[in-house]
Design a protein around this ligand. Structure first.
Ligand code: GLC
Length: 877
């Protein structure tokens, strides 16, 4: 459907003016080659005085362009791992033509690229200058991608720098608003307009700028050979799929890494970590990993431990409590005879000939562009893995030299590097340093037979093959939070699906409100880790009070409940490069309202999230694109396109499910039938295996009297009972085919069936699909435990904010000290409530005699159990 829409619009494109009189594209590649052109081993080569341009057709809708000073050979790429030729391409006339793209090169050696239908996408405005500058006619399209960036999703309107930088600004305790460049350099431009999308990937790890601010798009690096890949669409998903085929499939993290991670710089010792592990369990907040920052090393020496405070037994003790441990490893190795890592690195000639300052003092950096050095680094990683450490956190690998200060201090450009046997300098390696360090780390862990988990601060195109990425030192400010979602979305669109931010912000002292909002965003972030700097309070959820602790329990509870969906999205990212957390424009490319919408996101194809990032917000606008939407917890229906005003509490995270959704959860498969058929691929494995895994296609087909749900497995089926729940069944249920049992919940308006799993399982749900009221009120049951000596002659009542606290709705006594009753409330809204003995004079109090804060609850089917400690009149006022 989307494809058809995009193709259908391709003639009225914004990508370039239509050229109705131009010859059919294939004719441009027919006949004898023009005088300045030749066909050299399947590449079209153009020569014009001091420059030459090569255009090489690659399989599946990609053409590689290489602009060079005459005779300069192409350097090897650290990003591109697969560039198979397109055997069906034709070279002739003035160009090279493939099924998806055509490139012509004119007599001045200027390149022009079109889509197969003739839509112009690339027009050089000047010939290559032989020194690294490409000048193109700018189009009126939008440009997404470019990796990790501040600002909105659309990158037009300014110049962006590609130079991996420790973006820390001491004045902000992290990167400042509008910071450029950041830690990562991913030169992937995703151009999109009404005619569809195409990509330009400029494979250059040197310092580079891309100016998208004016009538010309100018790319500048200091190099005599510049490679760029033109990547066909027509959808953003097609471009990113082709880009990740070139630069490598994302690595699937182990399952535990999809859980919640708790970190800080400065956990004092093993006892502190064990107590935190216990607290997660006693609070009922799910979590899978605890992190050791540099304080756990011996004097900031990488690959060492402070054995006094963090003995080797700690890892096993935490494992017994269900926690994995991740340790930080920095590339700056302390210069110190007797330190094993330094000694073996020196003996093997693994360090660059430069000494600078890093956390441990005077330090040297390994030459990760040398295969033997990567192997040596991998041996160091092995020593940590041998201890039981489950994942490796690669920091300051821009690489950074100290002092920090926002200046991007790094190794000098002229330091010689091996370049995998093609000697060059740091100037050419800089942006790829973190990528190669991550590669060495990943390869060493993968060789141990299970899926590695690596987190990297710096990276280049291809980093997705090895590592998850976090957005570095984001300040604990509202601006920092507000910038985080579009930054995650931009990274995701740039081929890096496993991304997250320091929940609570890095600089610390987050307010409870800021932390609760950040945690809600974290709960839908592909990588979810709370982290904070040294010398400030920790950012564990319970540090922010009972309300925030309860909010963390609810939000992370939802994340864990949706884990099979989240995990399957991870597997989809591996197959197609599609981001796990994606902007709305990814799913709704022809809706102009979402073209630059960066404060909402889609978690996979089906769940729309609207995180709250504004201080003091009591509600927020949520834009819902065309189609039917169901509020996740209540089933309340919205018909888009529409803007709704979502109510908010501390625990709020507005979440909406798209019609057609199939959401596998830990205990059920939740189905929201739409007007059209839909499907989803469930991915399951043992959580750590390197390859394999089972895929199940779950398909939903609407029928005249309900819906049919089908499961098809691609491998052996384990004996298990499936629960499948169909949402918004308001009309009469007439039966279910293929199920063992079924249950209709009239409050939730859902119909659940259980069935034994089978290789091919078909469940037919039969009900009247008519929805008379999209938004019917919902009965919420309250069970209130009151002081045991409360006389059963007294009325117990609930008062709520939904009617401005006016009605006292009585509950019924069920036993001594327990009253129960049902209050009908507006479905899908947060409300607040208190318990009384029939009037405000008898409202509940805390044992201290302070009046309790309003309790808050989301109006969805289900019951609420609460305890009243003391009545107001018992406190004497
Ligand atoms: C860097 C990292 C931060 C870490 C600190 C100490 O600032 O970005 O996450 O806590 O170094 O290792």
């Amino acid at each position: 459907m989307l494809l058809a829409t995009l193709f259908g619009c391709a003639r009225a494109t914004q990508l370039g003016a239509p050229q109705p009189d131009a010859p059919p594209v294939a004719e441009r590649c027919a006949g004898a080659l023009a005088a300045n052109l030749s066909n050299e081993a399947g590449s079209l080569v153009a020569r014009c005085g001091a420059i030459e341009v090569h255009a090489t057709p690659l399989a599946d809708g990609v053409i590689e362009l290489r602009y060079a000073a005459t005779g300069v050979a192409a350097p090897a790429s650290w990003a591109v791992i697969a560039a198979p030729a397109d055997p069906t391409a034709t070279i002739g006339g003035t160009g090279v033509c493939t099924a998806a793209l055509a490139v012509t090169i004119d007599a001045q050696c200027e390149v022009h690229a079109t889509l197969a239908d003739g839509t112009p996408i690339v027009d050089d405005a000047q010939p290559f200058d032989g020194a690294g500058t490409l000048v193109r006619t700018a189009r009126t399209d939008r440009v997404y991608g470019l990796g990790e960036r501040t600002g909105g999703l659309d990158r037009r309107g300014r110049t962006w720098t590609f130079w991996n930088t420790d973006a820390y600004d001491p004045a902000f305790g992290g990167w400042h608003p509008g910071q450029d460049p950041m830690y990562q350099a991913i030169p992937l431009e995703l151009h999109a307009g009404a005619g569809g999308a195409f990509g330009l990937f400029t494979d250059e790890p040197r310092r580079m700028t891309i100016d998208l601010g004016g009538a010309l798009d100018t790319t500048t690096a200091t190099t005599t050979s510049l490679a760029q890949y033109v990547i066909a669409g027509p959808t953003l998903a097609d471009v990113v799929r082709r880009y990740t085929a070139l630069t490598g499939a994302p690595a699937m993290p182990p399952r535990w890494a999809f859980g919640f991670h708790q970190s800080r710089w400065g956990y004092a010792d093993a006892a502190t970590l064990l107590a935190i592990a216990d607290r997660f369990r006693s609070e009922g907040i799910p979590a899978d990993a605890l992190w050791l920052d540099i304080q756990a090393q011996n004097g900031f020496r990488s690959f060492t431990f402070d054995e006094t405070h963090f003995p080797a037994t700690l890892i096993g003790q935490l494992a017994a409590k269900g926690f994995h441990v991740v340790t930080i490893e920095d590339p700056g190795i302390k210069v110190e005879a007797g330190y094993g890592v330094y000694d073996s690195g020196s003996a093997g000639g693994h360090f660059l000939s430069y000494q600078g300052t890093a956390w441990p003092g005077t330090a040297v950096w390994p030459d990760v562009s040398r295969a033997a050095t990567r192997a040596w680094w991998g041996q160091q990683v092995g020593t940590v893995a041998d201890r039981g450490v489950a994942g490796i956190w690669l920091d300051v690998n821009e690489p950074t030299t100290f002092p920090e200060g926002g200046g991007g201090t790094t190794l000098p450009d002229d330091v010689a590097v091996d370049g995998d046997g093609a000697p060059t300098t740091m100037a050419a390696l800089h942006n790829a340093y973190g990528l190669l360090e991550a590669r060495a780390t990943f390869d060493a862990l993968a060789a141990r037979g299970t899926r590695p988990f690596v987190l990297s601060r710096a990276g280049y195109a291809g980093i997705q093959r090895y590592a998850a990425v976090w957005t570095g030192d984001v300040p604990s400010t509202w601006d920092g939070l507000d910038q985080t979602l579009p930054m995650l979305l931009g990274l995701g669109m740039s081929g890096v699906p496993f991304v997250g931010s320091d929940i609570g912000g890095y600089s610390g002292n987050a307010t409870p409100e800021l932390y609760a909002r950040w945690l809600a965003l974290g709960s839908i972030s592909p990588f979810a880790r709370a982290h904070v700097t040294n010398g400030v309070p920790g950012q564990e959820p319970w540090m922010f009070g009972d309300d925030v602790t309860a909010a963390a329990r609810a939000r992370l509870g939802d994340r864990y409940h949706l884990m099979p969906y989240l995990y399957s999205l991870g597997a989809e990212a591996v197959r197609t490069g599609a981001p796990i957390l994606r902007p709305l424009v990814w799913e709704f490319p022809d809706d102009p309202m979402v073209a630059d919408l960066g404060d909402e996101a889609m978690l996979g194809p089906f769940v729309l999230a609207a995180p709250i990032t504004k201080q003091g917000a009591t509600s927020r606008h949520v834009y819902l694109p065309a189609g039917r939407w169901f509020e996740l917890h209540s089933g309340r229906i919205f018909d888009g396109p529409t803007t709704t005003e979502a109510s908010i509490s501390t625990a709020a995270l507005p979440l909406y499910v798209r019609a057609g959704a199939i959401l596998p959860t830990t205990d059920s498969v939740e189905i929201y039938p739409g007007a059209e058929a839909s499907s989803f691929t469930l991915y399951e494995d043992d959580g750590a295996q390197l390859a394999g895994g089972a895929r199940t296609t779950i398909a939903v087909e609407p029928t005249a009297d309900g819906a049919t749900v089908t499961f098809d497995h691609d491998s052996a089926v384990a004996a298990r009972t499936l629960t499948v729940r169909v949402h918004r069944v308001d009309g009469t249920v007439t039966g279910i085919d293929g199920a063992q049992s079924f249950h209709y919940d009239p409050d939730d308006r859902s119909l659940a069936a259980t069935a034994a799993d089978a290789a091919h399982l078909v469940l037919g749900f039969h009900y009247d699909p008519e929805i008379a009221d999209p938004d019917p009120p919902v009965p919420v049951t309250f069970e209130i435990h009151v002081p045991a000596d409360t006389s059963q002659a007294t009325p117990i009542a609930i008062v709520t904010s939904t009617d401005m606290w006016t009605a006292q709705t009585p509950l019924a006594w069920v036993s001594a000290g327990v009253a129960r009753g049902t209050v009908t409330l507006p479905r899908g809204e947060w409300f607040e409530y208190k318990v009384t003995r029939g009037s405000w004079l008898t409202v509940e109090k805390l044992a201290s005699c302070a009046e309790v804060a309003n309790r808050s609850r989301f109006a969805a089917a289900g019951s609420q159990v609460d305890t009243v400690a003391t009545w107001r009149d018992r406190c004497g006022n």
